[in-house]
Write a protein that binds this ligand. Sequence first.
Ligand code: C2O
Ligand code: CU
Length: 497
Amino acid sequence: MKNIYKAILILLIASVLGSCSMMGMMNRSEPTSEKRQRKEVDINQFSILPIDDTFYTRPQIEGDKITYNIVAQKTKQEVSSGIKLNLYSYNGTVPGQEIRVKVGQQVEVNLKNELDQPVTIHWHGYPVPVDMDGVPGVTQNAVKPGESFQYSFTATVPGTYWYHSHYKSAEQVDLGLYGALIVEGDRQTELDRDYTFILDEMNSKGKAGPKGMMGSSNDDLFTVNGKSGDLISAYEIQTGENVRLRFINAGYITHYMNLGSIEYRVVAVDGQAVMDPQIIQNKLLPVGPGERYDVEFTAPDSSFFIREMINTPAADGLIIPLINRTSKKTLDETEYDGIFTLIGSGIATEYASLASNKYDQEYKMVLSHGMKGMGMIYTINGRTYPDIDPLDVKRGDIIKVTLESKDMMFDHPMHLHGHFFQVLSKDGSPVEDGAIFKDTLVVKPGEKYELAFIANNPGEWMFHCHDLNHASSGMMTSVLYDGYAIPSHIDQSQPSE
Ligand code: C2O
Ligand code: CU
């Protein structure tokens, strides 16, 4: 074939594929004013599961030490009525064992790998020492089939975190190797109910990532705690109770949760407590990939539903019932007048602002995508991992990072390991209400953010997109401390994402 025809053919294919992913993206765009017909649901079709069904293994506690034994294993799980998927799990269910500890406890997790491929555990958002961070080829060797690894760290900060495999994570996390890490703080005793909702997308045909051009837009099952539709269990509330819901997004798209018309407060973002949380009503709560939002509310004198509001049929499968058995009423409001936005909402987390500091180092990361052969690549400053320079830092430095999206198609939820960063500005306007510290930030097409963090945890720390398909196709770099070298027993040829 003459080169010119070849070029035309490639262009044609690229534009067809390109418009597919455009369609995928539009399906998943923010909820629009053009309302979907609300799916009618009957609260009686849901049943309340005993809590022991979800927290099936008790930890061993000895003095300050709390130990969980976790086995990575295959499992078959009915995710939606009649749809059983072959998944991977930590302790037999998706999500895996909830790891729930208290601030001050010494946490020990014994991971045993009974899968036929290597795994690890990464503690997403948690500032663990670097050798506990779970990144194969960087912080440890992947745990091979039949092998074990002991993770241990001190629970230093309270909040909602999660854990997942970091070995071929685009595939393994998609298949279910994730769970919640809840660190209870002082306020725990004020909660009458405390429910964890891990959101995800699955595919009824059982396909797991990498998803190529279409991203995860083919996924047709939206799940909470590994279930969709009427397999979702109901959660009990009683009038007047103080209820906390911890939303964790283990998937690759932002979920827009409608909490009916109840008045709620966002009390923590990415584990960081919000100071003086204000009442929010009739606003959707967007939960981006890798992010966590803790909300609290006073239980109303009625049952109600929490609904996903993305404009796609899969959203009808993500409806969470909260049942108040002493009431005959069920609220099912789906009207809303906007989307909660973190920036500009007056929200501030607990740490002191870094905004007036001089920065020891400044870095810029331009996020984009492109084609390589027939596949997509996702780039930082035009390059793909590992061909990207790390961000060099010294212990004690205050670092500024500009994240700029030149990508007009895809969201990039950027996540930094081992540190919390402050969001200094968005699109040139400083964040003025107070310091917001997070570990994962959704950068939408064309957006530009400035971040700052204190280099206070020596090691080498991954900084990557949490659409794990993007990470595995290049969008990953690291923060590298001066004088730190990967220990020689670690085989650096292992895949790190
Ligand atoms: Cu939750 Cu490196 O990721
Ligand atoms: Cu991305």
